[in-house]
Design a protein around this ligand. Structure first.
Ligand code: AMP
Length: 280
């Protein structure tokens, strides 16, 4: 496994590969878990060479405390990447991604995606995501980009970036990996204390409840029921719980055909913010 902390050395390595090499790219913020590793595995099945990056992007944190407390475990991450036979890892210092004079020039039209759900609750978050992914795509120049469905709105946002500025890149969305009790794997989970960790499984339960009501109960009643379940737990502060259109992510109040909607939620347990979703 080749490890780079310098984009020129990484570019030199990548341009020396045969022209036909299919490069798969898995960007991450580190503190790797099985969810990330599943992306690497899917990338390996679909690419000739897999590049992963580890970069905790300061520009996408609207909450400084969240940034400062974001878990890091570079040595363990490298061990895990080696185990899953990732080919190349890029771990840039912040100054390489954002030189002092850096101003992001590209305009990306996110439309309503930059107003709803995550965007409404995390002002500036997607501007930061778009910025870092754009910079990383310019450096890695992959053929394929692997993203997790866990961050459903992020997939939509990056799809808009790719369609508008990197049209040759194909995005592959990978399924959400979960713990045995259904909690979506997340780097932030290790910050949950044992009580919070146990309670956190109810986020998944609430989503499953909505999914099980598909076409049986109205969307409004399903959401009310799920919110009632979560309200039993004082430690869960729900930010949103909504059924949205699979394509546009606009809020829905009437069910469409199976597979055409997604139930999304965000909640805080203490100061730890978790998100999850299920396609219905
Ligand atoms: P992050 O390190 O949280 O920025 O995530 C890096 C990539 O891993 C993103 O594409 C995420 O959507 C994806 N990811 C995070 N958690 C999971 C999970 N539980 N299952 C599958 N993919 C995930």
């Amino acid at each position: 496994m080749k490890v780079f902390d310098n984009k020129l050395a990484l570019r030199q390595y990548l341009v020396a590969l045969p022209k036909s090499t299919k490069i798969g790219f898995v960007p991450t913020m580190g503190a790797l878990h099985e969810g990330h590793l599943s992306l690497i595995e899917i990338a390996k099945q679909n690419s000739d060479i897999v590049v992963s990056s580890i970069f905790v992007n300061p520009k996408q944190f609207n909450d400084t405390n969240d940034y400062l407390k974001y878990p890091t475990s570079i040595d363990k991450d490298l061990e895990l990447l080696l185990q899953v036979k990732c080919d190349v890892v890029y771990i840039p210092p912040v100054g390489e991604i954002y030189p002092a004079s850096y101003i992001h020039q590209k305009v990306v039209d996110l439309g309503v995606l930059n107003e709803i759900l995550e965007a409404a609750h995390r002002p500036g978050h997607f501007e930061g995501v778009v910025m870092v992914v754009d910079i990383l795509l310019e450096i890695v120049k992959p053929n394929l980009l692997f993203l997790g469905q866990k961050d459903f709105q992020q997939v939509k946002v990056i799809t808009a970036l790719v369609e508008q500025h990197h049209p040759s890149i194909q995005i592959i969305t990978c399924p959400t990996m979960r713990e045995d009790d259904g909690l979506a794997m997340s780097s932030r989970n290790i910050r949950l204390n044992s009580v919070q960790r146990k309670i956190a499984a109810n986020l998944y339960k609430a989503l499953v409840g909505v999914k099980n009501n598909f076409a049986e109960k109205s969307i409004a009643d399903s959401i009310t029921e799920a919110k009632a379940l979560l309200s039993k737990f004082e430690d869960i502060q729900l930010e949103y719980l909504e059924v949205v259109d699979y394509n546009t992510m606009k809020s829905k109040d009437i069910w469409s055909e199976k597979g055409c909607q997604v139930v999304c939620l965000a909640a805080k347990l203490g100061d730890i913010r978790l998100i999850d979703n299920l396609i219905i």
